[in-house]
Design a binder for this molecule. Structure first.
Ligand code: COA
Length: 170
């Protein structure tokens, strides 16, 4: 299994992967395309899992903001992550998430936020975000699916406010 940065040549395979992984719908494939064209895109945070020259997994992390009054903090949001049906539950998703978080940490970001399955993400260090004074108003989701991972010690003590996803997400 080769975990590497996505290149231009992977775009079609990544589109198709997200289409099948999310149950034959285009929403996430199109989301990836919009994020790639946006200011929040960081190319090394679009990562693929490749096996025998086939793209079997993909993760995208990109920039967003936590806003509190006049203060805005740049954070990273994780969305989407996908593994090809037939290749799931053998650790590919975990490899992509761990590699993504490692790269985000190396880039110096303190927080990664996401909306996702509450049973899947805690093992990577994600916790429900609202208990730390983080808010989400753009999407009406239950408390347990809005999660944060603290990559820098004490970051959650001084970053509070509303997570704002950029326009690419809408
Ligand atoms: C969610 C998703 C990305 C997870 O990817 P994945 O590669 O299946 O994830 P992993 O293999 O790392 O982990 C899945 C399960 O397999 C288990 N697992 C991991 N490696 C394993 C192994 N070698 N042997 C057996 N089981 C294993 C994990 O423990 C995990 O179980 P748990 O969640 O009950 O702890 C994938 O299922 C997917 O693409 N789903 C559709 C799209 C989607 O919903 N994306 C996420 C939106 S929030």
């Amino acid at each position: 299994m080769n975990i590497r940065t996505e290149t231009f040549k992977d775009y079609k395979a990544v589109y198709d992967l997200n289409y099948v992984a999310f149950g034959m719908r285009e929403d996430e494939s199109k989301l990836v395309e919009r994020i790639r064209e946006s200011e929040g895109f960081i190319s090394e945070l679009s990562i693929v899992a490749e096996e025998n020259s086939e793209i079997v997994g993909h993760i995208l992390l990109s920039k967003a903001s936590v806003v509190h009054g006049d203060e805005s903090t740049e954070v990273i949001v994780l969305a989407p992550v996908s593994v090809k049906p037939g290749h799931q539950k053998i650790g590919i998703g975990s490899m992509l998430i761990n590699e993504g978080l490692k790269r985000v940490r190396e880039l110096g970001y303190g927080l990664v936020l996401l909306i996702g399955h509450p049973s899947y993400y805690p093992k990577f260090g994600f916790k429900p975000a609202r208990q730390f004074g983080l808010e989400l108003r753009q999407f009406d989701v239950p408390d347990e699916v809005f999660m944060v991972c603290e990559l820098k010690v004490w970051e959650l003590d001084h970053v509070q406010g509303e997570l704002q996803y950029p326009p690419a997400f809408f």
